[in-house]
Design a protein around this ligand. Sequence first.
Ligand SMILES: Cc1cc2nc3c(=O)[nH]c(=O)nc-3n(C[C@H](O)[C@H](O)[C@H](O)COP(=O)(O)OP(=O)(O)OC[C@H]3O[C@@H](n4cnc5c(N)ncnc54)[C@H](O)[C@@H]3O)c2cc1C
Length: 291
Amino acid sequence: MYPPRFRYEAPRSLREAITLLQEGGGEAKILAGGQSLIPMLKLRFASPGMLVDINNLPGLDHLTRDGDGTIRIGALCRHEHIERSELITEHQPTIAAAAPLVADPIVRTRGTFVGSVCHADPQGDWAACMIALDGAIVAEGPGGRRSIAARDFVTGPFQNVLASDEIAVEAVIPPPQGEARGGYLKLERRIGDFATAAVAVAVDLRGDQVTRAGIALVGVGGTTIDARDAADALVGSPLSSDAIERAAELAAEAAQPRSDHRGSASYKRHIVRTFTSRILTQIDRSTQKAA
Ligand SMILES: Cc1cc2nc3c(=O)[nH]c(=O)nc-3n(C[C@H](O)[C@H](O)[C@H](O)COP(=O)(O)OP(=O)(O)OC[C@H]3O[C@@H](n4cnc5c(N)ncnc54)[C@H](O)[C@@H]3O)c2cc1C
């Protein structure tokens, strides 16, 4: 199917883009990698009056690490760039584990990390990583910049807190409180598919003590689920098999899966428990090996 007619604009500055979004008054949509928006237009799930293509905006394709360890991912940083980044391999294990599992190589060359978080698909991989890592989205609008915690960013399936004239300019991952450890496991029916269920885990360790933890779940609820109780149960003590099993149980309890063509609710809950336990056990084993 062809998309409905729309006005197309390709501004050259952030200011111009924001002005166009204001002009669009809620009828304009931002186009980044187009890997979610274009299919939605073609299926006529969306029919915006204007597309504001941000691909010509300068200074938004960065992937950097500040002196204090903060990682910044610009709005035009593609999945592929993240997948191939030594900075990510070296410093951010949760993101490194998820990167090769997002969609397929063709989608990864165009799709953006920030666009994926903005799209707020309950089965999107990056929003879960951002929540597990206590990340934030920085948005710019007519009133200036603001930072929104990832866990407050998504308000429902395919919905976020951004005003219609705001652009998400970067994703920010705060520095770890100690050594950053983590992982991402995803069950997919075939390579390149969205998750039947997936789990993102981020754990900061000082010595053998967990100083901070985040666990987020994909595909087992109407939005990405922040399994806060499961993560909190890990903080302040070493990773032990008891602590791991308790966190896995709490993560499974936090899931709100529904039975569908991808699997039954009880199967998906079982996957959440198994993946949480598996990632934490891998972290524990590699920590013991290194000690
Ligand atoms: C075949 C296929 C398989 C896929 N599989 C997966 C998968 O397994 N896991 C997964 O996570 N994703 C998957 N995706 C989605 C893909 O990762 C998209 O790239 C991503 O969801 C959106 O990024 P984008 O840059 O393409 O955004 P676009 O499609 O350009 O935009 C998506 C939405 O976000 C908004 N938006 C984009 N950028 C901004 C911004 N900077 N500020 C404010 N709003 C913005 C747009 O207005 C639009 O509403 C798949 C897509 C396809 C086509």
